[in-house]
Design a protein around this ligand. Structure first.
Ligand code: CA
Length: 198
């Protein structure tokens, strides 16, 4: 083989290497990349959705625990007497210094303001702003979303088990992504012994 032929052969090889990917190879590569990106996007969407639901569950648990602790605190501080722990219509105010209307039946919005009775979960919990006239109960009252825990509703149910024992069931529902609704339930038992006197 002459030197010239060898040189030609080397040039041929170099030319082939410089040709790079063919169109079909590029299309296949893009296709594989697209499949990979679609998978990644689905994983990111799932992760975001899961993270939102986790946050909802955590917040709902906090509301459940806070509600149970508040009921215990109302007993311990004797702001309500034992017979007054009940839902609307079942409250026995006979031995009490102050009348208590009772915990609301059914689910209601969770407000950050307990209203005039100082007890969360009752009908006077504040969810409205007084409007331009500054007076509550007039037609220009508006719902103040800042006072409400948006997306969460709560039910506090009191069941009499005996004269000295009640069951407190707190249910908190949350509305999550895509309108999915979840519920966290906490159950506590309340006896007639206030552990502290404040
Ligand atoms: Ca209240």
């Amino acid at each position: 083989m002459s030197n010239k032929t060898e040189r030609n052969s080397a040039q041929e090889k170099s030319k082939k290497a410089q040709q790079g990917f063919s169109l079909i190879e590029a299309i296949i590569a893009i296709f594989i990349l697209t499949i990979g990106l679609i998978g990644t996007a689905a994983a990111v969407t799932y992760a975001l959705e899961f993270s939102t639901i986790s946050r909802n569950v955590t917040k709902a648990k906090l509301v459940v625990v806070a509600s149970i602790e508040e009921v215990e605190s109302l007993r311990n501080s004797r702001r309500l007497n034992f017979k007054q722990f009940a839902n609307v219509g079942s409250v026995d105010n006979s031995d009490a210094q102050n009348n208590f209307m009772g915990f609301s039946d059914g689910y209601s919005m969770v407000s950050s303001s307990p209203g005039p009775d100082g007890v969360n979960g009752t009908a006077d919990d504040i969810s409205t702003a007084p409007g331009n006239d500054g007076v509550f109960g007039t037609p220009d009252d508006t719902v103040d979303m800042k006072l409400l825990r948006s997306g969460y509703i709560r039910q506090i149910q009191i069941v009499n088990l005996s004269a000295n024992l009640k069951k407190v069931i707190v249910r908190v529902r949350y509305t999550s992504v895509n309108g999915k609704v979840g519920e966290i339930v906490g159950v506590s038992y309340l006896n007639n012994d206030a552990r502290t006197t404040i």
